[in-house]
Design a protein around this ligand. Structure first.
Ligand SMILES: [Zn+2]
Length: 393
């Protein structure tokens, strides 16, 4: 059942003080996409706690133990998402949708947290727009070659850039990392004070996490887990009118559009926080059962002296190892990305190896982190003359 203890930390979206912790994970690496050069370094990787907390007032979920001071993003950080063809395809269709919906042709587009500028470049090229990106970690040398169409300011977006007219302000996968989302959105609101600007924000969808029991997707880097209701609440509280909140990317993302001032018509924001409370309580129970089942599986493998490997050194693979605190029952993690091979998993120390390593290692069990690749992995191990049991995490 839901732990009804009040926490010290009020909701970062609606400031309600009566929030409820429903999952406690005492220790996870603070950066799960950083891999380490040695087992010792990996075991000593900085750690933090995950106290997943529900706000029954606005339907928000957040990590009450989040401490942004523990996180320092730098070039070692590899967000493998952007190399996925499925994600790239999604980004293209999203760019086209925004261009059509808002008649963005020959217009000015601002992107907050534009990374290397890939999405901004799409918006500019496909709509013949001009772009201005903001990202404090932008490295000019790595910039895409669309220099004439867009420029990037190595800074946080704020009121001081309000004189740059914008027809669309977009911001993808930033808000969930921000410790003070109200202040962040308030700054954006002031920067678009007197303009007919649409803002577009995309974040992971907590409803998908809860619905799919996606426990291996819980990562320290995310402070906030937005629901449609909490996302809308955040923007309305800072003076925006919300015009659309929808699920995208197979339900895994939430996309919000808003304009300064009240919206002509507020869209439906289901489920309500009351309805979510049930889903959250249900998730907490299913979470305990899932973790217990995995512990039992690992103990069983150990008792039979069977060898298991994890396939996939992305954040899911790192999270399952850390959540179950597996340090010695599994020694290797397979990944096809050569940049990861030879490195070690943050927190639990496993070495990352190429698929060919399995030929000599001959594992009894392969734990598949991404079900989309199950068939491909089965074909690969069979081609090596192996017949391990495949278990989808
Ligand atoms: Zn709240």
């Amino acid at each position: 059942m839901l732990d009804t203890r009040s926490t010290q930390r009020p909701c970062p979206v609606c400031e309600n003080a009566r929030t409820e912790v429903f999952i406690e994970i005492p220790s996870v690496p603070v950066l799960c996409n950083v891999l380490w050069p040695s087992r010792a370094a990996a075991l000593a990787a900085p750690r933090g706690a995950l106290y997943l907390t529900f706000c029954p007032a606005c339907g928000h979920v957040f990590n009450a133990a989040f401490d942004p001071a523990l996180i320092t993003y730098d070039q070692v950080y590899e967000n493998s998402l952007h190399f996925s063809p499925r994600f790239q395809q999604y980004a293209l269709s999203l760019a086209d949708r925004l261009i059509e919906r808002h008649a963005l042709r020959g217009k000015q587009v601002v992107e907050i947290g534009c990374g290397k500028g890939d999405f901004l470049q799409m918006l500019c090229e496909r709509g013949d727009n001009h772009g201005l990106g903001f990202d404090p970690s932008y490295e000019p040398a790595l910039g895409a070659n669309g220099a004439a169409r867009f420029e990037v300011v190595q800074d946080l977006y704020s009121e001081k850039y309000a004189h740059h007219r914008a027809d669309l302000v977009c911001c993808r996968h930033v808000l969930e990392h921000v410790e003070a989302p109200r202040a962040f959105v308030g700054t954006v609101r002031r920067a678009v004070e007197r303009q007919a600007t649409t803002v577009f924000f995309e974040v992971p969808n907590v409803l998908a996490t809860l619905r799919d029991l996606a426990v291996w997707d819980l990562i320290y880097e995310h402070f906030s887990y937005f629901s449609p209701a909490s996302m809308a609440h955040l923007f309305e509280a800072e003076g925006f009118g919300v015009t659309e909140v929808r699920e995208a990317f197979g339900g895994q993302y939430l996309c919000l559009e808003a304009v300064p001032g009240p919206a002509a018509k507020r869209p439906d924001m289901a489920p309500s926080p009351e309805e979510m409370a049930e889903t959250v309580a249900d998730f907490a129970e299913r979470y305990e059962r899932k973790v217990a089942a995995w512990r039992a599986l690992l103990e069983d493998l150990n008792a039979r002296q069977q060898r298991a490997v994890i396939w996939g050194a992305g954040s899911k693979g790192v999270t399952i190892l850390n959540l179950l605190d597996v340090r010695d029952r599994i020694d290797y993690v397979v990944d096809i990305n050569p940049r990861k091979q030879g490195r070690h998993v943050a927190g639990t120390g496993q070495e990352i190896v190429a698929p060919a390593f399995l030929e000599s290692y001959a594992p009894d069990v392969v734990i598949v982190m991404n079900p989309l690749y199950e068939d491909e992995i089965r074909a690969q191990v069979q081609a090596m003359g192996l017949a391990p049991r495949l278990v989808v995490a």
